[in-house]
Design a protein around this ligand. Structure first.
Ligand code: SF4
Length: 326
């Protein structure tokens, strides 16, 4: 079956510095550096990594807000890598983003109804006001704000943090997208509300058969939520697999270190924490060979020279590590 999303060797590099009149800085920031990935229809894929690993740049590139440096983006079987104009706008309708901060995402002067209806206006859809209101009410109810009528005239300051994030989700759903990109959608919320929003996203997936790419730095958040996990490090996917398998048997030393830092309530189940050496390298001056080698607790001499092969496009469980290959 054609995947909802297919990325082939996708790269997004930025110039490291501003070009002067006589001098151009030739260095590049390798934000996304060769990602190949398939996401099935109705799947929840969690993209996990530390901040600065390129997760958010990848999301902006998928949305067409950043132009890829090279590689391909296929959306439901169509190559959308170089879309422009009306075709790009139509793709934006079908891929919607839920941002991290519900306080920043909502205009304090707009009512809930205006905020949720705004994307319909931008896309010139449902000009009939009754039809538009019906769609807004449906989106609010699907986002768990019931009865929806009682929320329509409220302003953001009259809502709790969880309710604001539900309004943001309703504004993404109102265009009836087929893919939702959720960039750290619960990290700004109280712990007590996080599970509610995750359950809501899982319900939305079930009800609307929507595909969700869930971006997070926190393994703890996605353990019981995502179907598969892709772990990102310095612009590349270093491990991908079914959630249960990655959590039970992480293959890549970076995944092992991230998982060892997840708090476990039962002291008997706690594992020894793996401390990574040093800071994440600068994405301008990438290390030779395996880019994780300066921090890897099990690096060998050959890791400084040889770059491990990328994880395959439709991998079931695979890690980009020379030791795993053996
Ligand atoms: Fe560590 Fe070497 Fe594997 Fe890279 S290839 S993760 S440095 S063991």
């Amino acid at each position: 079956m054609t995947p909802a999303l297919r990325l082939v060797s996708l790269k997004k590099h930025f110039a490291a510095g501003r070009a002067g009149f006589f001098h151009r800085d030739p260095r590049l920031v390798h934000a996304v550096d060769g990602i190949s990935l398939e996401v099935a229809h109705g799947e929840i894929l969690a993209l996990v990594g530390e901040s600065g690993c390129g997760k958010s740049t990848l999301a902006l590139t998928l949305l067409g807000l950043e132009k890829p440096t090279s590689g391909e983006i296929h959306f439901e079987g169509t190559d959308v890598t170089h879309l422009r104009g009306a075709a790009l706008k139509d793709m934006h309708r079908r891929i919607q983003m839920v941002f991290q901060d519900p306080y920043e995402s909502l205009n304090p002067m707009m009512t809930v109804e205006e905020a949720v209806a705004e994307p319909l206006e931008v896309h010139s859809l449902l000009k009939n006001s009754a039809a538009r209101r019906t769609r807004v009410i449906q989106a609010l109810e699907d986002a768990g704000l019931k009865p929806a009528d009682s929320f329509l005239d409220r302003l953001p300051h009259q809502l709790s943090g969880g309710q604001r994030q539900r309004v943001v989700i309703a504004a993404a759903l109102v265009l009836e997208p087929t893919i939702l990109l959720a960039d750290e959608p619960v990290s700004m919320l109280d712990v007590s509300i996080r599970a509610e929003i995750l359950n809501l996203l899982a319900e939305i997936r079930a009800r609307r058969s929507i595909t969700i790419l869930f971006i997070t730095h926190d393994f703890g958040t996605i353990a019981h939520f995502a179907d598969r996990i892709a772990v990102m490090y310095l612009g590349r996917i270093v491990e991908i697999g079914a959630t249960e398998e990655v959590l039970r048997d992480p293959q890549h030393p970076y995944t092992q270190a991230l998982l060892s830092a997840v708090p476990v309530p039962n002291p008997r189940l706690r594992q020894k924490r793996l401390i990574l050496q040093g800071e994440t390298p600068n994405p301008i001056d990438l290390p030779s060979g395996c880019r994780f080698h300066p921090r890897c607790p099990v690096a060998e001499d050959r890791c400084r020279l040889t770059d491990p092969p990328a994880v395959p496009l439709s991998a079931t469980h695979s890690a980009a590590c020379l030791l795993v290959e053996d």
